[in-house]
Design a protein around this ligand. Structure first.
Ligand SMILES: *Cc1c(COP(=O)(O)O)cnc(C)c1O
Length: 439
């Protein structure tokens, strides 16, 4: 029964777990131990004082990150979510303002506007790249638009030249959500330095990590200082510091600790090589998947280097005659889970997150309190809407055409990748058997 699909009772291609993706090693251990032995796990003070900017490791990490990105400033924070919040706050977003964002992203890309009582306006994505583009952003611009959060989804940079030209024309601040796109480039420039601020994640799901953490890059002195204030109790600092712009100077505690920053320094050094490995694995796999019915790699823009947080594939049901859900189930049945992530099962799925405007916070327009703020707050005169069908390209990708998988991460050998490819080949050779099941 070697040849029968595992989904229909045959033997799977492979049962032995795929190797773990673990970037944490001796260097991180040494870094953590160095900090623990020092006894100083944080040195921040939430007051106007030299320690307002954090301790030795925080500052060294920020300097090294800024240098690696050829950026003037890097501001460390305890997550990319916090990073988006300090960036949107520094941009001056407030009641009555709109922020344009993709609906196909981790939800913090959009809640960052809500936190400052701004209203997210969703622009559709380009159907191949899954990123918002100048063509989809322009119709979403109104006289209330203050900023754009550009998410470089799955590791592919958005069309930043066009977006920055649009932003300049309308005086908008551009925040790049780079959580999925570290060490990528756009026309030779590092992604995360193309907009006004670039937000990175150091969460354990991401390419490099410190468990939890984040960094924001910027070349603007004023934005950098405003982000540092929001990170660390701005309201208690501004008077002594002499800060005159009080907009959004209600601070948080978004500080990243010394241990994480020490580990971040070693992770930063590993980043490029890890991302190169992803590119290489994707290249190998795409070569092997070439010509399979109903499947093709999602296009990559000219002049960009993708960093493959996930590997997106485009599925065409018209060519296979099999629903995407059944096709993905058939692949899953052939392959094992991945070590250290056993509970997530086989790392492949149809679609990505639900389009954000489907979530209750937007459908019911209940944000702060019970009076539908900021959506219906008297300061807001626009009419952002969240009806189903709002972004057809996102909905189509989510429901029909997109397959994402992570079985191309560093640690996967050619033999492992061959097994992945064989699962796709086997399912492709048995589409007839699946069509019967799909009736
Ligand atoms: C992971 C992610 C975030 C949030 O990162 P955290 O560090 O977990 O807060 C934000 N945006 C995108 C696109 C992400 O993938």
């Amino acid at each position: 029964m070697v040849n029968k699909l595992a989904l229909l009772g045959g033997d799977p291609i492979r049962q032995e777990l795929f190797p773990a993706y673990n970037t944490i090693g001796k260097e991180e251990e040494d870094a953590a131990v160095r900090v623990i032995r020092s006894g100083i796990l944080s040195e921040y003070l939430g007051a106007w004082h030299d320690d307002f900017y954090g301790g030795t490791e925080v500052r060294a990490f920020e300097k090294e990150w800024a240098d690696a990105y050829q950026a003037k400033h890097a501001v460390s924070v305890n997550s990319a979510t916090s990073g988006l919040y300090v960036a949107v706050g520094a941009a001056g977003v407030g009641p009555g303002d709109e922020v344009i964002v993709s609906p196909y992203t981790m939800i913090a890309s959009a809640t960052s506007a809500l936190v400052f009582n701004g209203v997210p306006v969703f622009a559709d994505v380009d159907p191949g790249t899954f990123n918002i583009s100048p063509a989809t952003i322009e119709p979403a611009i109104t006289k209330y638009t203050k900023a754009i959060v550009v998410v470089h989804l799955f590791g592919q940079p958005a069309d930043m030249d066009g977006i920055m030209a649009l932003a300049k024309k309308h005086s908008l601040i551009v925040i790049e959500d780079c959580a999925q796109v570290p060490f990528a480039s756009y026309k030779g420039r590092p992604v995360g330095t193309l907009g006004h601020m670039g937000v990175f994640s150091l969460n354990y799901h991401k390419h490099i990590h410190t468990g939890e953490g984040g960094v924001v890059t910027t070349n603007d002195d004023d934005l950098a200082e405003r982000m540092r204030l929001i990170r660390n109790h701005a309201e208690a600092v501004v008077a002594r510091k002499g800060t005159t712009n009080l907009v959004n100077m209600i601070g948080f505690n978004f500080r990243l600790g010394e241990i994480e920053c020490a580990m971040g320094r070693t992770q930063l050094q590993k980043g490029h090589a890890l991302v190169d490995q992803r590119r290489e694995n994707v290249g190998y796999l795409e070569e092997r998947l070439k010509g399979l019915p109903g499947l093709k790699p999602a296009p990559v823009l000219d002049g960009v280097e993708h960093s493959y947080y996930v590997h997106p594939l485009l599925y065409n049901r018209g060519e296979t005659g099999v629903s995407r859900a059944l096709y993905v189930d058939a692949i899953k049945a052939e392959l094992p889970a991945t070590s250290m992530r056993e509970k997530h099962g086989v790392l492949i799925g149809g679609g990505y997150v639900r389009p954000l405007y489907w979530e209750p916070i937007f459908q019911e327009m209940v944000g702060y309190g019970d009076k539908q703020c900021p959506f219906k707050c008297p300061h807001y005169e626009g009419n952002a809407s969240y009806e189903r069908g709002l972004c057809p390209n996102v909905e189509e990708a989510h429901l029909e055409t997109l397959i994402t998988h992570e079985m191309m991460r560093p640690g996967m050998s050619h033999k492992d990748l061959d097994d992945v490819a064989q699962a796709f080949e086997k399912v492709s050779n048995h589409l007839d058997d699946l069509r019967v099941q799909d009736l």
